[in-house]
Design a protein around this ligand. Structure first.
Ligand SMILES: [Zn+2]
Length: 88
């Protein structure tokens, strides 16, 4: 079972997307165990948010992580921004 990371600011147990083109995906995360900052460059992220390879942290954390709420950038390029549910 991967460890879930929530969208946030890359503090403990959260992740922050830096760049999501179809050739490079960079995600910042905070170790869910100790909160240490990690930058995952060229990570492989599935459409469901599963990150490969495993995240290794000096605190001993050694596990797969899953980005909760991740959207596959190929499947949904940001033609429409989320987060504004107000209607006209
Ligand atoms: Zn850690």
């Amino acid at each position: 079972m991967p460890t879930d990371l929530q969208p946030g600011d890359a503090t403990k147990g959260t992740y922050r997307t830096i760049n999501t083109t179809d050739i490079q995906r960079t995600v910042d995360i905070g170790c869910p165990n100790c909160g240490k900052f990690h930058r995952l460059t060229e990570a492989t992220i599935s459409p469901d948010g599963d990150v490969r390879p495993v995240v290794l942290c000096e605190c001993g954390f050694n596990d797969y992580v899953k980005l909760v709420g991740w959207q596959n950038p190929k499947a949904g390029y940001p033609s429409a921004r989320r987060g504004n549910p107000q209607s006209g």
